[in-house]
Design a protein around this ligand. Structure first.
Ligand code: 6PG
Length: 229
């Protein structure tokens, strides 16, 4: 299925509405919406719109994971969980148990293994070979990375593990990241990309054939939407 590129006038509101639409469909079909949040700065404005437009969502039927995390404590300014807690999780009625945090304060490999086990335990209850997200949100770096899958990283070649410890050039260097096998098990992936400087990179990736890590997100049974602002 070819990726779809959308260039909405109001990026953050359109991204929030895409999330809400997927949430309502997943909850209607399966009683649960399994959403992976992305890191970095772009999600901040999207989360604010999601709080505004999604206040009526049944947040007790939403399960949150994180595509990647920096290996820092949750109170650290660089924590993706900390950013999500500040901009979204503290503002909606989601039970704490529905939020699967990567414990960035642990040693990276310990945090990766613990997270992998947590996702596997939930997946096994649904008889899934690996955890199936209804929607994975991803960002795009100027070097073509996504999550914490950076160019040249051994993590790009992982075909078995769902979550690994890795390092990257974007500080802080030590990270925990979902791998392509897990990302590509999703029902839908939405890249949320802002900044005119990244537009040519998006076009190059969507055209196919590029070596950029983001171009290797190709869900086996899912679709990819690019929301570009
Ligand atoms: C991270 C992210 C990373 C991010 C991109 C885009 O932890 O840094 O997961 O993949 O999404 O680098 O970041 P911006 O949204 O800040 O441009």
């Amino acid at each position: 299925m070819s990726p779809i590129i959308l260039r909405p006038a109001d990026f953050a509101a359109a991204a929030a509405q895409l999330i809400i639409d997927h949430a309502r469909a997943a909850i209607a079909e399966r009683g649960l919406f399994r959403l992976a949040l992305s890191g970095g700065n772009t999600p901040r404005a999207v989360h604010a719109q999601l709080v505004r437009l999604g206040a009526e969502l049944p947040w007790n039927r939403v399960q949150i994971t994180f595509g990647d995390e920096r290996c820092v404590p949750p109170e650290h300014a660089d924590s993706n969980f900390g950013m999500a807690r500040e901009t979204l999780l503290n503002a909606v009625a989601i039970p704490a148990g529905n939020v699967f945090r990567i414990r960035g304060e642990l040693a990276p490999e310990d945090a990766a293994r613990e997270y992998e086990d947590k996702l596997a335990a939930f997946a096994s209850r649904l008889r899934e070979p690996r955890y199936v997200h209804d929607l994975v949100l991803l960002g795009l770096g100027e070097d073509g990375h996504t999550a914490s899958l950076f160019p040249g990283s051994p993590a790009l070649d992982e075909t078995v593990r769902n979550v690994v410890a890795t390092t990257g050039p974007k500080p802080p260097p030590q990270r925990v990241t979902m791998t392509f096998p897990l990302l590509n098990a999703a029902r839908h992936v939405a890249f949320l990309v802002t900044g005119a400087g990244k537009h040519p990179l998006v076009e190059e990736i969507v055209a196919g054939g590029s070596a950029h890590p983001a171009g290797r997100v190709q869900p086996e049974n899912g679709a990819v939407t690019w929301l570009v602002g």
